[in-house]
Design a protein around this ligand. Structure first.
Ligand code: IPM
Ligand code: MG
Length: 361
């Protein structure tokens, strides 16, 4: 089969980790006889430099024509003083909204080989961690009415609004329940319904949708408690369903308890097959261009692409196994380094995983 893949490396370590994911994509193509046609596009700071805007129309058009989008990371100190709508991050928000990718899946899994990298005590993670954060991605405070209030004689003020329609909650809730059906059938819906009206609507809608999934156990948790429970007893969670803002925060926390944010992939999906796949980490400008970054999150994001957009489950499985094997053999990038392990750079880690793909399966 032939697939068109948009590749948007972005800024900082984005191009380095994306390059390794692309090598893996080629290895998968050779292995299974698929043709992946790559289309490069610009997003974020590099797009600001080249085209004067973080999301050029050509990039969005390109992505719409492709089967899937592979993205690196955006942002860096160079663009930090630009106004909000011109920052590199606006490119990311723009592409999520422009492609209507309302569902963000962020799996946080702890690898046996990396248990010592978790900042949590051994007895807390002894039962493993396997959490899927399902984050709403095109609504809430990120996209609500916002602005500055400048009035004569008043101190300057600013506001951001959290708005959710019942339809927005319903469609993301369905994604969470469907995912739970294929996992341990538990959904924890995280909100702040003791304070926020939008959370009260969220809860009502989630309860209603849950009736369609009688085999899934639903519970509700306030976000502050959820943040605490994640470090107290992470094994209690299966699927966490939450809003854009809370999901942003909790997914960073969930990733760290697995050992490294450099390990975790994400998929952003809409109602069709087109999806955007990116590591959950940022552009890490402090280590950019030094061959230090961990390419595993980008490579596992490619794995999610195989599964969700291209329906190449066997390839997805192969990528995951290859990563696990290389970790089991003791290879580590700096972020997950431990005593006695073998330190590798970005390129070597990619090469090892690629070789493993050729070998197994
Ligand atoms: C993420 C990032 C983005 C977000 C930023 C870069 C806009 O933190 O994907 O989690 O807040 O969604
Ligand atoms: Mg984030």
């Amino acid at each position: 089969m032939k697939y068109d893949i948009a590749v948007l490396p972005g800024d900082g370590i984005g191009p380095e980790v994306t390059a390794q994911a692309v090598e893996i994509l080629k290895a998968v193509g050779r292995k299974f006889g698929h043709e992946f046609v790559l289309h490069q596009g610009k997003i974020g700071g590099c797009a600001i430099d080249a085209c004067g805007e973080p999301l050029p129309a050509a990039t969005l058009e390109l992505c719409k024509k492709c089967d899937a989008v592979l993205l690196g990371a955006v942002g860096g100190p160079k663009w930090d003083s630009l106004p909000g709508n011109m920052r590199p991050e606006a490119g990311l928000l723009g592409i999520r909204a422009g492609l209507e990718l309302f569902a963000n899946l962020r799996p946080a899994v702890i690898y046996n080989a990396l248990k010592s990298a978790s900042p949590l005590r051994g007895d807390i993670i002894k039962d493993g961690i396997d959490i899927l954060v399902v984050r709403e991605l095109t609504g809430g405070m990120y996209f609500g009415h916002k602005g500055r209030l400048r009035q004569e004689g008043m101190p300057e003020a600013a506001f951001d609004t959290e708005t959710y329609s019942a339809e927005e909650v319903e469609r993301i809730a369905r994604v969470a329940f469907e995912a739970a059906m294929k996992r341990s059938r538990r959904v924890t819906s995280v909100d702040k319904a003791n304070v926020l009206e939008s959370s009260r609507l969220w809860r009502e809608v989630v309860v209603r949708i849950a009736r369609d999934y009688p085999r899934v156990e639903l519970n509700h948790m306030y976000v502050d408690n959820a943040a605490m429970q994640l470090v107290r007893n992470p094994a209690q969670f299966d699927v966490i369903l939450t809003s854009n803002m809370f999901g942003d925060i909790l997914s960073d926390e969930a990733s760290m308890i697995t050992g490294s944010i450099g390990m975790l992939p994400s998929a952003s999906l809409g109602s069709g097959k087109l999806g955007l796949y990116e590591p959950i980490h940022g552009s890490a400008p402090d280590i950019a261009g030094q061959d230090k970054a961990n390419p595993i999150a980008a490579i596992l994001s490619l794995g999610m692409m195989m599964k969700y957009s291209l329906e190449l489950d066997q390839a997805a499985d192969l990528i995951e196994r290859a990563v696990k094997n290389v970790l089991d053999r003791g290879y580590r990038t700096g972020d997950i380094m431990s005593e006695g392990a073998r330190l590798t750079g970005t390129r070597e880690m990619g090469r090892l995983i690629g070789e493993e793909i050729e070998k197994i399966g």
